[in-house]
Design a protein around this ligand. Structure first.
Ligand code: NAD
Length: 336
């Protein structure tokens, strides 16, 4: 099977590529990634010599490039991870989110259609469903109600994927997952930000009252779910993927400090994010029943392993934190 994986130099895409190449000897992967601030070739340095892996630097919205790759490499399946993915950045600069997340997806779909590829899988997010109250779960039938420019752009892309199924009968799937965590997670996101700040002796900034709830999924469990969807997902179906690990942001930050043996006085509450969704929680019953998927990690084991990974891989995140990211960090949270 020949996969075109887009955005494979990012957090989830790089973990997914490593997962499928380890699992399936007969798979080859072309990774098309623009290498934005979030794309880091270091994430896949261990695969550089693997003949089954090819990296191409480029934009998913570049039609000629995408068509050339699909034709020359005889791609069977496209898995689209490429996205602008950070909610805070979408609030300060929404335009690029529309360009990459919507236009880029349309270019991939059109190329898939023209070349009659076997399957197209869109990696989406539970954020397209909006925010939940204190109870209930997002199912695949929950209406789309995105609240941030990021989630609106992802919802727009999902609707295009649906339209390519309804209009052209293309074999597509959409997966919507909860918050991922694990190795190679860019240190602007909650868990790695808190771990790396704690290790560097900084304060740990928590939005609002810290009681926003997210449902956490280990990135390897997510990769396993996508692998199943590629092989067995029914055409046109949406699959929600979540680990039933609901935690408040404050719970997470406290758990990180506890594991590192540090006091909670380092937590600093900062002004809440605009339009901050209160709670997300996924019901993964469909993918469990249809494809037999179940998460392997408990949150406690996964978080402990993730903290250990960041402690053992300081060079990886140190390089990121001393680069351009630093400027963004100062603008977002002020100098500290
Ligand atoms: P990420 O920001 O770590 O990686 C995104 C990758 O896409 C980067 O390597 C970047 O260089 C690349 N990219 C950006 N624009 C591109 C373009 N125009 N052309 C080619 N490549 C481009 O993101 P992630 O956390 O790995 O998320 C991957 C996907 O999963 C995204 O589609 C995101 O919406 C979705 N998702 C993520 C989470 C999460 O918890 N991280 C949760 C739900 C859904």
């Amino acid at each position: 099977m020949k996969l075109l994986v887009t955005g494979g130099a990012g957090f989830i895409g790089s973990n997914f590529i490593r997962y499928v190449l380890n699992k399936h000897e007969d798979y080859t992967v072309v990774n098309l990634d623009k290498l934005t601030y979030a794309g880091n070739p270091d994430n896949l340095a261990d695969l550089e010599k693997d003949p089954r892996y090819v990296f191409v630097k480029g934009d998913i919205a570049h039609k000629e490039l995408v068509s050339m790759i699909v034709r020359q490499m005889e791609i069977d399946v496209i898995v689209n991870f490429a996205a602008e993915s950070h909610v805070d950045r979408s609030i300060s600069d929404p335009g690029i989110f529309v360009q990459t997340n919507i236009t880029g997806t349309q270019v991939l779909l059109e190329t898939a259609r023209e070349n009659k590829i076997k399957k197209y899988v869109q990696i989406s997010t539970d954020e397209v469903y909006g925010s939940l109250g204190e109870t209930g779960y997002f199912t695949e039938e929950t209406p789309l109600a995105p609240n941030s420019p990021y989630s609106a752009s992802k919802a727009g892309a999902d609707l295009l994927v649906r339209a390519y199924y309804e209009t052209y009968g293309m074999n597509v799937n959409i997966t919507r997952c909860s918050n991922n965590y694990g190795p190679y997670h860019f240190p602007e996101k909650l868990i790695p930000l808190m771990i790396t700040n704690a290790v560097e002796g900084k304060t740990l900034p928590v939005y609002g009252d810290g009681l926003n709830v997210r449902d956490w999924l280990h990135v390897t469990d997510h990769a396993a779910a996508i692998d199943l969807v590629i092989r067995d997902g029914r055409p046109g179906e949406v699959y929600n993927i979540g680990g039933h690990n609901e935690r408040t942001n404050l719970d997470i930050v406290r758990a990180i400090l506890d594991k590192l043996g540090m006091g909670h006085e380092r937590i600093q509450f900062v002004a809440d994010r605009l339009g901050h969704d209160r709670r997300y929680a996924i019901d993964p019953a469909k993918i469990t029943a249809e494809l037999g998927w179940k998460p392997q990690y408990t949150f406690e084991t996964g978080l402990a392993e993730t903290i250990d990974w960041y402690l053992a891989n300081r060079d990886w995140w140190h390089r990121i934190r001393t680069g351009d990211y630093q400027k963004y960090y100062s603008k977002q949270y002020g100098e500290r």
